[in-house]
Ligand binder design. Structure first.
Ligand code: ZN
Ligand code: ZN
Length: 410
């Protein structure tokens, strides 16, 4: 591993991804295996004036042991300090920001009781709902970056001795981290391109968009009232900018939760609760999934959709061309952070309040009245194919071509 590139990546993740301010505390969520990288990130945060850095270490192998052996009531009993370990910082002077370092084994819970996992996950989501508000509404700067863990690398490059090194190279490439290049200015150019697309879509004032593809996808997605298209960067109420996802290739908005009709086929396997769902399709009526099928782990897809009423509706629709560098890499990452940036996607569950005008200061009721979905989950699933055609219908009834053969028309 090239130490210089590693340091560059950590500095980029902190300084541009999270952008901690003087006097803020930065929380880092990271597995014990990746502590070496978390330390580099902590160093970068102190350099730019963070008051403190707090490590929240996780451990995949222990998480599996616990999921296997602890009874479900124990797993559902999420103690109040877990929420307080976030809110104590969020509510304190100077405030908080958070960096999630992702290196998880995509199949960490493979073969375990799906029902138990679903209940434990749901309880944790419920317990942390007050903290999730901070990130969903961009009240704090937050960012997710990935580094290879051994199990993950082995899933992406099975049986290859240098799997981890290969995954590092792939991550650096799609994250625009290159020897001798200025990562930050490469990203500025990339973000400017995404923002131009976002502005163009907002000018069109669309009412709905329609996806069609040879795999059988025929889906109309009505958009939320006063929706806005967004790209890449987030901004807190204080005006601090951050990049929630590294990498990012998408332009996205809020669908209307009750105005989605038709059938859509998944085009990439998708990791949920430590297992892989593959070869799936769902059918919507009045925004609700009324029928679904998956070749692999259909039951797990059912658990996801049954989390709550909102999990049967969608909260995000995102456009990503087939020429995205992540798709062009030809690598299936088995990680939503990457794979969602390789294809157009929709998300089962909650919408981002920031994808309707003024949404970040609205109540749940106000958001629902505009059609923004609410749920404990937000799960991106990939639906874009190489032959995807997307057309938009404007508020004054005109039809506009957006995508042809998987690529932007404009
Ligand atoms: Zn997305
Ligand atoms: Zn999403």
């Amino acid at each position: 591993m090239d130490e210089k590139l590693l340091k560059q990546y950590a500095e980029f993740a902190v300084k541009v991804g999270v952008n901690p301010q003087k006097g803020q505390t930065m929380l880092i969520s990271c597995s014990v295996e990746s502590a070496f990288f978390a330390r580099l990130c902590a160093q970068a945060a102190f350099e730019v004036g963070a008051r403190d850095v707090v490590m929240k270490y996780t451990d995949d192998q222990f998480a599996r042991l616990r999921m296997q052996h602890a009874d479900v009531q124990t797993l559902e009993d999420v103690k109040p300090y877990v929420l307080r370990s976030y809110l104590d910082y969020a509510e304190s002077e100077g405030g908080v920001c958070i960096l999630n370092i992702h290196d998880s084994d995509p199949e960490v819970f493979k073969g375990l009781d799906a029902e138990k996992i679903a209940r434990a996950t749901k309880a944790r989501r419920e317990a942390l709902a007050a903290w999730r508000e901070y990130t969903m509404k961009d009240k704090v700067q937050w960012s997710i970056v990935a580094i290879p863990g051994p199990a993950w690398a082995n899933k992406v490059f099975p049986g290859q001795a240098d799997a981890e090194e290969k995954l590092w190279q792939a991550i650096f490439r799609v994250c625009r981290v290159q020897q001798g290049a200025d990562v930050t200015s490469a990203w500025r150019e990339h973000l400017a391109r995404l923002e131009a697309r976002r502005d163009r879509l907002n000018e069109l004032r669309l009412e709905s968009i329609h996806f069609e593809s040879g795999n059988g996808t025929d889906l109309t997605v009505g958009l939320a009232d006063s929706h806005t298209w967004e790209a890449a960067g987030g901004r807190t109420p204080e005006g601090y900018e951050f990049l929630p996802n590294i990498p990012t290739e998408e332009v996205f908005t809020a669908p209307h939760k009750d105005k989605v009709e038709g059938v859509v086929h998944g085009t990439k396997p998708y990791v949920y609760n430590g297992e892989i769902i593959d070869g799936f399709w769902v059918r919507f009526e009045h925004g609700r999934v009324v029928e679904y099928h998956a070749e692999k782990n259909e039951g797990l897809l059912g658990h996801l959709l049954d989390t709550d009423e909102g999990a049967r509706h969608i909260g995000e629709v995102a456009l990503v061309p087939a020429s995205s560098p992540i798709n062009q890499s030809g690598i299936l990452f088995y990680s939503t952070l990457f794979d969602e940036n390789a294809a157009c996607h929709i998300a089962f569950g909650a919408g981002y309040p920031g994808t309707v005008k003024g949404g970040n200061t609205m109540t749940k009721q106000q958001l629902a009245a505009l059609g923004v979905n609410d749920s404990l989950v937000h799960e991106d699933v990939m639906i874009g194919a190489a032959d995807t055609t997307i057309t938009g219908k404007t508020k004054d009834g005109q039809t506009v071509a957006l995508f042809q053969n998987g690529e932007w028309v404009f």
